[in-house]
Design a protein around this ligand. Structure first.
Ligand code: PLP
Length: 400
């Protein structure tokens, strides 16, 4: 047997003896902040009219605290909108696109989804696509024309590839930059002045609930809402401008439609946690430490590697891994998917780690959420379990 096929090289067949205290590594909804308890939501504004001043105050607090903790630039307007991150980004696409040409950067499932929106649903004529031909790669961002509006995810959650900072975005652009930041914000350093529209949901770095989205608009994006009225019907849940003006009350906690005040209470708790641990900078550092822990393991591992090809683009949140082991590589894609499913089932059966399977559109491998609500100690305890499960899988395939 060649060294590459030697199962011993994949790790020991003895189960590790310690389990992660919180074995939850899903990429969304993600694990709650450390110490979270359902009882923390006892003060939720439930069974009441959310437009009452007390309810409105909670909604407004989500907006003001988020802006403050993130350090959004002056003049940026922030709102809570329906439909989680999908609702927030689609609201932006439907309201803003069509004035200029559009450039779409896509390299995994979510960028591709916004591309479908733009080309097949909005049917915009002048669309330039910057597309990577495989999961793990990033398109050539130096080719993006910023005289046009540019749509991109900061972090491709399904391939674990993020943009390498914001130097590729000029300050003096004519178009708007529309950034789906849902799996990056509160976890990665971002220069917000380079972003005219930023969207996210509470269910990623903050460990909050799905359901609502947040959208931040730069002064230039607000100006666009005043000067451009798209020639298309806009459903009520997308209507944030009226008579050429931003509906200011939406950006002050007067939501378009009824929000979940339980989800609001929950995100307020997440924002409190963020402030207590040291603010957004510390959340970014926590996520970085998680990536560092995985990177040390990857470096020493004979069988895993990051799916992201360029080290500058490795995500610290949705950490996607590929298997580089001859026994795995010689399997068909279906067999590889079954191998991964078996590996994940082993981890779940032991209570060692949940939801580590990759997104259904991604190549067979593993995806570990390393956002700030994950404790590094738990990640460190998970990794030997993956070694064990991988070795057990190989053993079952007859490599011994
Ligand atoms: C980059 C990205 N965009 C959009 C979404 C969709 O988010 P939501 O389900 O909150 O609408 C996700 C979810 O994982 C995502 O990772």
């Amino acid at each position: 047997m060649s060294a590459a096929l030697d199962p011993a090289a994949a790790g020991p067949l003895t189960k590790p003896d310690r389990l992660p205290a919180r074995p939850w590594f899903a990429s969304g909804p993600t694990v709650k902040p450390p110490g979270w308890e359902l009882a923390d939501l006892a003060g939720a504004f439930l069974g009441r009219n959310f437009r009452h001043p007390d309810g409105r105050a909670k909604l407004r607090t989500v907006i003001t605290r988020s802006a403050e903790l993130l350090g959004l630039p002056p003049g940026y307007q922030l709102a809570i909108v329906p439909g989680s991150d999908t609702g927030a980004i689609e609201l932006a696409l439907w309201n803003l696109l069509g004035h200029l040409g559009v450039e779409v950067c896509c390299w995994e499932n979510f960028g591709f989804t916004w591309l479908v929106d733009i080309v097949q649903q909005l049917r915009l004529p002048a669309v330039t696509v910057h597309r990577a031909d495989r999961y793990g790669a990033l398109p050539d961002l130096s080719r993006v024309n910023f005289d046009h509006d540019v749509v991109f995810p900061w972090n491709g959650t399904t391939s674990g590839v993020c943009v390498p900072g914001s130097d590729w975005i000029p300050d003096d652009r004519a178009g708007l930059t529309i950034c789906d930041a849902t799996s990056a914000i509160f976890a990665m350093a971002m220069d917000y002045t380079k972003l005219d529209v930023i969207t996210w949901s509470w269910q990623k770095a903050l460990g909050g609930e799905a359901a609502h989205g947040m959208i931040a608009l730069s002064p230039r994006a607000v100006e666009r809402l005043g000067t451009f009225q798209p020639d298309r019907p806009l459903p009520k849940v997308f209507r944030i401008a009226r008579d050429g003006r931003l509906v200011a009350e939406i950006f002050d906690g007067f939501t378009i439609n009824s929000p979940s005040m339980l989800a609001v209470e929950d995100v307020l708790r997440s924002l409190d946690w963020c402030a207590q641990v040291g603010g957004a900078a510390e959340l970014i550092a926590r996520s970085r430490r998680n990536l560092d822990a995985v990177a040390r393991w990857v470096r020493d591992s004979p069988y895993v590697d990051f799916l992201a090809e360029d080290p500058r683009t490795v995500s610290s949140t949705s950490i996607c891994l590929r298997v580089r082991h001859a026994a795995f590589e010689q399997l068909s894609r279906e067999q590889q998917a079954a191998f991964i499913a078996r590996l994940c089932a082993r981890l779940e059966e032991c209570g060692a780690g949940y939801d580590l399977a990759p997104h259904r559109e991604a190549p067979p491998g593993l995806r570990i959420w390393g956002g700030p609500t994950v404790e590094t100690a738990d990640l460190e305890l998970l990794l030997p379990w993956i070694d064990w499960a991988f070795a057990a899988n190989l053993h079952e395939l007859g490599y011994e």
